[in-house]
Design a protein around this ligand. Structure first.
Ligand SMILES: *Cc1c(COP(=O)(O)O)cnc(C)c1O
Length: 373
């Protein structure tokens, strides 16, 4: 079977989402173009207010992408040179890049075997006098144990959520992005709330932190041509704000569709030998950015599904300490055994709002066939 066959199931399909909002986006973009108001303006401010409300926090500051959002959140909180920031070894590289770019030192810790989320005991063991912040990553759409981290860490340690994969996820009823001292999120097109290009945001209840993030992302300036500090240019585009406002109005329903699809995979895969389904921690209500199973001989199963026209992915194939970029941390193979084992077993299956029962049936049967071989 080739990729062009009708039975192909992509890993992500954004076309259905676009179809739903196409008219709204076209009208909104025409309006922005007519006014030639491409930076800032009422659309960005309205989106910030709406997304802060959705996330249950007082302030949202739009920035250029999710990586900038993490860096600016750290800088806004005053994290910098001499500070250590703890983060899970099994995350997208941006979490660690942003720590380095803020001038701080990343310190990796292992993850839990069941949920693949940051291991609270490992954090407690790794925290020391120089620990200034912990970055729990809400991997694959499920929130990390921010409340448990708060309990085991001294008050001076800041909690900065990497909420890029968890827009709308809740933990004991509280929405991701409002669980710590500040949060960063990404509107990369494939995220649950994705723009038509890059975008990101910092979320916080702390007015001073939000103001500082805004200042740093606007050339260190709070009013035109008055530059108080050296900053950057990191802003959310007006055209992207139009898209994000249209999508935000539908995000809760789209997340529910993902939940329904995840529950359906759970049922379809319940009795498939060799396939371990994702585990949800008590109190968590994930948004299923990804549906990740564990299989032995992952690379073989991955290739078999790919060759059968099923879009599969691995998020992520190498824990950060085993990437060239972070080899200088000096943590070789064996340093984070859980993250390393998971990296060899995880497989992301197609999941998106609008995936059909037929598509899911096809993924499940191809997976069962490949895993049973
Ligand atoms: C996508 C993502 C980021 C970075 O976002 P960009 O917008 O691509 O810079 C950071 N952390 C995690 C966990 C992500 O998935």
């Amino acid at each position: 079977m080739t990729i062009a066959d009708a039975g192909t199931v992509p890993l992500v399909d954004l076309a259905a989402q676009h179809h739903e909002i196409a008219d709204e986006v076209a009208a909104g973009w025409a309006d922005v173009v007519a006014r030639s108001a491409f930076v800032g303006g009422p659309e960005v401010a309205a989106f910030e207010t709406e997304f802060a409300g959705f996330s249950g926090v007082r302030r949202c500051v739009g920035v250029a992408n999710g990586t900038d959002a993490i860096e600016l959140a750290l800088r806004g909180l005053g994290v910098g040179p001499g500070d250590e920031c703890l983060l899970p070894a099994n995350t997208f590289i941006a979490t660690a890049e942003a720590i380095v770019r803020a001038g701080a030192t990343p310190v990796l810790v292992d993850c839990r075997d069941d949920t693949a989320l940051i291991d609270v005991d490992a954090v407690a063991a790794a925290a020391g006098p120089r620990t200034r912040a912990v970055l729990p990553v809400h991997l694959w759409g499920q929130t990390a144990s921010v409340d448990e981290l708060r309990r085991v860490l001294p008050d001076r340690v800041l909690l900065v959520e990497d909420a890029a994969q968890a827009q709308g996820a809740t933990r004991h009823g509280q929405v991701a992005g409002g669980l710590g001292d500040a949060a960063a999120t990404s509107f990369y097109p494939g995220k649950n709330l994705g723009a038509y290009g890059d975008g990101g945001a910092v979320l916080t209840d702390d007015e001073a932190v939000a103001d500082r993030v805004r200042l740093l992302g606007a050339h260190g300036s709070s009013s035109k041509y008055r530059h108080e500090v050296i900053g950057w240019n990191s802003r959310l585009d007006t055209l992207q704000a139009v898209v994000l406002r249209a999508k935000l109005r539908r995000l809760a329903r789209w997340n529910d569709e993902r939940r329904r699809a995840a529950a359906r995979y759970d049922a379809l895969l319940a009795d498939v030998p060799g396939v371990v389904r994702p585990v949800v921690a008590p109190g968590n209500h994930p948004v299923w950015h990804l549906y990740v199973v564990r299989v032995p001989e992952r690379d073989r199963v991955h290739d078999a599904l790919r060759d059968a026209g099923v879009g599969v992915g691995v998020h992520y194939p190498a824990p950060l300490h085993l990437t060239g970029a972070f080899a200088h941390l000096g943590r070789g193979p064996g340093s984070f055994p859980v993250a390393e084992r998971l990296a060899g077993e995880i497989l992301s299956l197609p999941l998106y709002p609008g995936i059909t029962d037929g598509q899911q049936d096809r993924v499940a049967s191809e997976l069962a066939a490949a895993a049973g071989r």
